[in-house]
Write a protein that binds this ligand. Structure first.
Ligand code: FAD
Length: 396
């Protein structure tokens, strides 16, 4: 039997951030991952460290806006190497995002951003300073800049993984592990099976941060929270004619008509990664239909960009969260503590630091102290997970 303080299931942003915080606090923690680190939602995220301003589009400063407000500052400290986790090696793709409207009827963003609550966080941008990609776009409002950074997720995952490499173990999704549960519904141990070798691990606390995998892992446990999945069909465009752009084109509703982030494929060709309403409404379309709609949107919004030779791809992905009675996005992180385990979803990449703090607080509330100082020898030969490959390099 191998004893550690904490075992985490799932190596997306939530599990990796929690692992880093727990380890920094002296806990001997291990992370179990079935695919590659970040392979779920994290590698597919647009990398925007939201501060809530996008959500203010609903016209009200609701709980999500308030909860997200401090996140960019926490991340900035980490990116500068003086925060709770050292992210000084992470590539910052943009230090802010632009927001504009292509339709006169939605020029209401001008009123919203002119409100006193928003003024300190949003600036309008002089036309001489517009990014090249927007210089010839269809814009009917002022152009605003939100001070919310956009990160290269591959480098974020590599940075977090590097520091915790020896604490991450690759397990097989189907029969690679088994939870042993006692009569009081506590987890007694986890039995790992790798290459016909069984390793039994016990911990003081077990944490489930496996995104959509949480539902499956916890199904044998008695008290587990319900999960909801909200689907997207994202679109990827690859062309040398694309210029850097990070921003939201606002439409009629609370969700931007399109959200665009720019990345670089491994052959150095620029990628535009398209989300927003296009991705939300795209879930009922086939991939071919979604790509046609994406081409129409880009032609309407950027009539001067030649995409005749561009490559397009689309894919479906679920956002996994704690179930809400309304079915809509939770306002913040969600964490449930039952018996000797915690089930958690960050809801947004940007919330990872807050969720890790909540996990740490919960563990300390239960009086759990670091007890097992060194990494057990029994895990040294177990397989290690790789870091996930960006989705555009998987598909194009
Ligand atoms: P995941 O990233 O899904 O990680 C879960 C991990 O658990 C995976 O690696 C998986 O392989 C592993 N796993 C599954 N089952 C098991 C098991 N049984 N045992 C062990 N491991 C298991 N948020 C933002 O703040 N900004 C954005 O710009 C943004 N863009 C997004 C774009 C898209 C298309 C999507 C889908 C989401 C976006 N989000 C964004 C939300 C954000 O990506 C997620 O909230 C966040 O990545 C969730 O992280 P996670 O660690 O909980 O889950």
């Amino acid at each position: 039997m191998t004893n550690v303080d904490v075992i985490i299931f799932g190596g997306g942003i939530a599990g990796l951030w929690a692992l880093a915080r727990l380890t920094n606090q002296g806990y001997n923690a291990l992370l179990l991952e079935t695919e590659a680190l970040g392979a779920g939602q994290t590698i597919k995220s647009q990398g925007i460290i939201h501060g809530g301003l996008k959500y203010a589009l609903s016209g009200q400063l609701d709980a999500a806006v308030t909860a997200l407000k401090d996140m960019p500052t926490v991340w900035q400290q980490c990116l500068h190497g003086n925060g709770e986790v050292d992210l000084s090696n992470v590539i910052v793709l943009a230090n802010g995002q632009h927001m504009w409207s292509a339709n006169k009827l939605t020029g209401g963003i001008t009123t919203l951003f002119a409100s006193s609550a928003m003024q300190s966080q949003v600036n309008s941008v002089q036309e001489s300073e517009w990014p090249a990609a927007l210089a010839q776009a269809t814009i009917s409002s002022k152009l605003y800049k939100l001070e919310e950074p956009v990160l290269d997720i591959g480098s974020l995952l590599r940075s977090l993984a590097k520091k915790s490499q020896q604490r991450c173990i690759k397990i097989d999704a189907t029969d690679g592990f088994k939870l042993e549960i006692d009569n009081n519904n506590n987890i007694k141990s986890v039995i790992l099976k790798t290459d016909n070798v069984s390793t039994e691990l016990t911990a003081q606390r077990y944490i489930f941060t496996a995104g959509s995998g949480n539902a499956t892992i916890t199904q044998e446990l008695q008290h587990t929270p319900a999960m909801q999945l909200r689907a997207l069909q994202m679109v990827i465009v690859k062309s040398n004619n694309l210029k850097p752009l990070y921003g939201h084109c606002i439409g009629m509703g609370a969700t931007p008509r399109i959200t665009i982030t720019t990345h670089t494929a491994n052959d150095q060709i620029p990628i535009w990664y398209l989300g927003g309403k296009l991705a939300e409404e795209g879930i009922n379309r086939t991939s071919e239909e979604q790509i046609i709609v994406a081409k129409q949107e880009l032609a309407a919004l950027f009539p001067n960009i030649d995409l005749s030779n561009a490559e397009f791809a689309s894919f479906y992905v679920d956002r996994a969260e704690a179930k809400q009675t309304s079915g809509s996005k939770p306002h913040s992180t969600t964490l449930f503590s039952n018996h000797n385990y915690i089930t958690a979803w960050p809801t947004k990449l940007a919330f990872a630091p807050l969720l890790a703090q909540q996990i740490l607080d919960k563990i300390q509330q239960f009086g759990i102290k670091p007890m097992h100082i060194t990494l057990p020898d029994t895990i040294s030969n177990l397989p290690r997970p790789k870091v996930a490959v960006p989705i555009w390099d998987q598909l194009l």
